[in-house]
Design a protein around this ligand. Structure first.
Ligand code: SF4
Length: 448
């Protein structure tokens, strides 16, 4: 389809907020628009098309969207001939409201609009205002095959599903990304091959709840079987995945840690709370005991495995005792890192009713978050310090250090970030390093 863009070499600037799914979707948007001749630009002032790919997981993320839009709308008011679009979860959640609020925004589309972004942009470029927040049919869901043209380096995300069928009471994702659809494994393997051909060696499989992959599709692989299939692709040296749901973590996945050396010795396993009472109110459908049982099985299958997690503090009705249970779980599960937040009421989520009846005072929630994060930092520092003087033989070099000249950085299979003096030519190699210094979030080393 040749468009005006092809003739004049239009430029697109995509501002991505939020999670890996959004990063991945922005890559797919870019790949498709490139078919129409759009080139990516890192400078919004040069752009003919500006898209803000938004996140609504917490109110703070929504605020970031409004302030970014303020900037881009000012550029337009000052005469820049640019089409402005809002994509992602806030677009899905508040589509009509955003179009009404921002008269100079031309296009608003939800995550299910990504597969037909070319049509939406072409329509908006003719001057008509476009809104698309329809969910697509799950049957033969049109996952985008194009590889993100900006993919370079050793690591890349590959989506295996869209949406989520769970109903965690605090979460807005099912409302913004719709019901779950699993991507045919042949498409996933094909994308992995295409990425390996581009020099990628580490694949991160992404989805809202990867463990339920394929369960609804007769004849499709299970998640564990998919891990084996990806591990068979020549050139794949490391496999990671996110996001897992403890309830669906089966023994077949645990077995994969015995069988697949490429499977990374690190897992991000969101627990959200250490209290069974709170887990019930969150509708997470596992207990603290079950969570620890899974952790035990994973570590038995892959000794030395490191775990990170997600935690919400201040969930409606959370008592001091509940919070103490989260603090003790931090120790018992031996988390080396975590993303932790205060509960953020999300529009249309079931927890809002709980919040009305049983809110946790903001200062109490803040104090709990501070205490949790302090203890987590202590633990992360202790873990990295404990590596001082040891040799790690599996640092996959990702690129130059962001801070120091002549220093490169990479991660071990256990997801430990290591910076060490080295030449950029090491990128893509797995090298042995002696750890010389441990910090809160990374280590310093010297190449062996
Ligand atoms: S599993 Fe729960 S927290 Fe995760 S995306 Fe689905 S509903 Fe949200």
């Amino acid at each position: 389809m040749s468009t005006e863009a092809q003739q004049v070499g239009r430029r697109v600037f995509i501002h991505t907020l939020g999670c890996q799914m959004n990063v991945y979707d922005s890559g797919k948007i870019h790949a498709q628009l490139q078919r129409d001749g759009y080139q990516s630009t890192a400078d919004p002032r040069e752009a003919d098309l500006i898209l803000v790919n938004t996140c609504s997981i917490r109110e703070r993320a929504v605020d970031k969207m409004h302030s970014a839009l303020g900037e881009y709308r000012r550029m337009k008011r000052e005469g820049q001939p640019v089409v402005i679009g809002i994509a992602g979860c806030v677009a899905q959640e508040r589509g009509e409201e955003l179009l009404a609020r921002y008269p100079d925004v031309d296009l608003v589309f939800g995550p299910d609009g990504v597969p037909h972004v070319q049509r939406l942009v072409a329509e908006a470029s003719t001057g008509s205002r476009v809104l698309d927040t329809d969910f697509l049919d799950l049957e033969n869901y049109p996952f985008v095959a194009d590889v993100d043209p900006s993919t370079h380096g050793v690591s890349a995300f590959v989506t295996i599903q869209k949406g989520c069928d769970n109903k965690c009471t605090f979460c807005i994702v099912p409302a913004t990304r719709g019901a779950e659809a699993s991507r045919p494994h042949a498409e996933i393997v094909a994308e992995v091959r295409a990425l390996v051909d581009r020099g990628v060696q580490e694949i991160t499989l992404i989805g809202q709840n990867v463990n339920s992959y394929g369960l609804k599709v007769p004849g499709e692989l299970t998640f564990a079987q998919l891990l084996y299939a990806v591990a068979e692709v020549p050139g794949v040296r490391r496999i990671r995945y996110t996001t897992s749901h403890p309830r669906d973590m089966g023994d077949d996945v645990v077995q994969a840690y015995r069988d697949l050396p490429a499977l990374a010795s690190h897992l991000h396993l969101p627990v959200q709370s250490g209290s069974n009472r709170v887990l019930r109110r969150m509708k997470r459908f596992y207990t603290r005991e079950r969570f620890l049982e899974i952790v035990g099985k994973l570590r038995e299958a892959r000794p030395g495995m490191l775990l990170t997690t997600d935690v919400i503090v201040g969930f409606p009705g959370e008592t001091d005792e509940d919070f103490e249970a989260t603090m003790t779980l931090l120790e018992e599960a031996d988390f080396v890192g975590s993303f932790s937040f205060k509960y953020s009421p999300r529009p249309g989520t079931p927890a809002l009713k709980l919040e009305e009846r049983d809110p946790v005072r903001p200062e109490v929630a803040s104090a709990r978050l501070t205490r949790f994060q302090e203890r987590q930092r202590e633990r992360s520092l202790a873990l990295h310090r404990s590596l001082e003087g040891t040799e790690v033989d599996d640092v996959l070099v990702e690129g130059p250090s962001r801070h120091d000249e002549g220093v490169v950085c990479g991660r071990t299979s256990r997801h430990v970030m290591v910076n060490f003096p080295g030449d950029i030519g090491l990128v893509g190699q797995i090298v042995p390093v002696r750890i010389t210094r441990g910090f809160t979030h990374s280590c310093r080393g010297e190449r062996l």
